[in-house]
Design a protein around this ligand. Structure first.
Ligand code: TRP
Length: 452
């Protein structure tokens, strides 16, 4: 629909549509590529427990705050802070969020491209075209990385041009059930393989002697990234939310979906790692568990190759699963700058999607040729950018907009919220617990950067 910026904005068609879109944003490479390796690296189940606590105690209250800011203002992160106060600093926080989104998307697309490429690698390997297979398998192969990242970005742009309900909602409504179905089938298979029991034990029996401050900070960072917090993605998604929806309830569903899928991904990948080991594939490098990229893009394919024809089906399915999860996340990352351009610069949606998407692709292409850059991007925009944004969002809601303002907004869809337990507990988390925990994480990250 052409016309003014306001009718370019759009809104969700249904509550389920919103929840699937927000859960799709949350569920991504962070859950399937990142989380299981973090668990395996940090003492198994102990990490899982701390991660669950971080998601519910720190992530969930911040998600509620972001959604409330979004729905009250009906705007992108920059416009939202402008609409809710006359403070001149906070729109810059929104802008920082938009920048983090752009930069995260630029490297995320390259990793997503690896996953997508691997679905084809498995096929070429199966039909005996080993040369092509190993050409695709090389994560340092610049031209190949550029091709798959471009395909991925084009798919993301295409969905975003379709708008909120016709693009994002429609796409995630098909992809999320598919993702869950594939995940469950794969878990079912892995569970019954001899050798997977050791992995399940490692994953589910906590050894709390392994909990230390590093583990807690890693779990915090992981929860934040995985829930898509700290850069206004949920301010943006909240701005399309209908007034009749219950914000705390919606946030609870999204948090549950995200940790639920991370949990399931662990149930697939950790036993699969042990299975790989039982099949003679090396999962340790110099006595340390291999990193996420090695595990997902080297160890797992080797496992699939050792499984014969079942392995081909398995391999293709797994990498499609990873690609779908990544796609529902890249669309949320692109939607943030696009909504900013629509609201603040009155660009029509398709133009905004193409101009910004192709601009980000230019950065992705640089990363495609120099994948070592990913580490720097992760440090600046994930590890520092997101906690910084999350901390400032808490400060804004607590001290500028005031939690009472947020609770008033949440009365739509949750009548009597001000008399409920929620209104006694949530403000305390936003005033004290969340900002303090996030600030500690941020300071610890900075400290370990300084001290090497
Ligand atoms: N949460 C996604 C993942 O787990 C990544 C993601 C999508 C994200 N949108 C975001 C992270 C916004 C931070 C902010 O892979």
């Amino acid at each position: 629909m052409a016309g003014t910026a306001s009718n370019e904005r759009g809104s969700w068609n249904s509550k389920l549509g919103f929840i699937l879109a927000a859960a799709g944003s949350a569920v991504g490479l962070g859950n399937i590529w990142g989380f299981p390796t973090q668990v395996a690296d940090n003492g198994g189940a102990a990490f899982l427990v701390i991660y669950l606590l971080c998601s519910f105690l720190i992530g969930f209250p911040v998600m509620v705050a972001e959604l409330a800011i979004g729905r009250k203002s009906g705007k992108n992160p920059v416009g939202a802070f402008k609409a809710l106060s006359s403070n001149k600093f906070f729109p810059l926080v929104g802008l920082w969020g938009v920048i983090c989104g752009v930069m995260i998307l630029s490297f995320y697309t390259v990793i997503a491209g690896w996953a997508f490429g691997y679905a084809f690698e498995e096929i070429f390997y199966a039909v005996g075209m080993d040369n092509v297979a190993s050409w695709i398998a090389d994560v340092g192969n610049g031209p190949k990385n550029a091709i798959v990242a471009s395909l991925f970005m084009l798919a993301t742009i295409k969905i975003i041009t379709g708008g909120v309900s016709g693009g994002i909602e429609k796409a995630t409504k098909t992809m999320m059930p598919l993702l869950i179905g594939i995940l469950l089938i794969m878990i079912g298979y892995v569970m019954f393989q001899p050798g997977s029991a050791e992995g399940i034990r490692e994953y589910l029996l906590p050894d709390f002697s392994k909990v230390n401050s590093d583990l807690i900070f890693s779990a915090m960072g992981q929860a934040f990234f995985s829930l898509s917090l700290g850069m206004g993605a949920l301010i943006t998604y909240g701005s399309y939310l209908n007034k009749k929806e219950n914000i705390p309830q919606a946030a609870a569903f999204v948090t549950l979906a995200d940790v639920g899928i991370a949990f399931l991904a662990g149930l697939l990948i950790i036993p699969a790692m042990y299975l790989a080991q039982a099949n003679g594939v090396e999962i340790f490098v110099d006595g340390k568990l291999a990193d996420s990229t090695t595990l997902v893009f080297t160890v797992l394919p080797e496992l699939f190759h050792s499984m014969g024809s079942v392995g081909v089906v398995f391999g293709v399915t797994f990498f499609l699963l990873l690609s779908i999860a990544a796609l529902t996340s890249t669309i949320s990352l692109l939607e943030v700058p696009v909504s900013y351009a629509i609201d603040e610069h009155e660009l029509p949606r398709p133009k905004a999607a193409w101009v910004i998407g192709l601009g980000i692709l230019a950065v992705s292409l640089l990363i495609a040729f120099f994948p070592n850059l990913i580490g720097y991007f992760v440090t600046v925009f994930n590890n520092i950018g997101l906690p910084l944004g999350g901390f400032l969002i808490c400060v804004f809601v607590a001290y500028v907009w005031k939690t009472d303002g947020a609770l008033t907004e949440m009365e739509f869809g949750f009548a009597g919220i001000k008399q409920s337990m929620f209104s006694k507990i949530w403000p305390f988390f936003i005033y004290v617990v969340c900002p303090a925990a996030i600030l500690f994480t941020l300071l610890q990250t900075l400290w370990s950067l300084i001290t090497g």
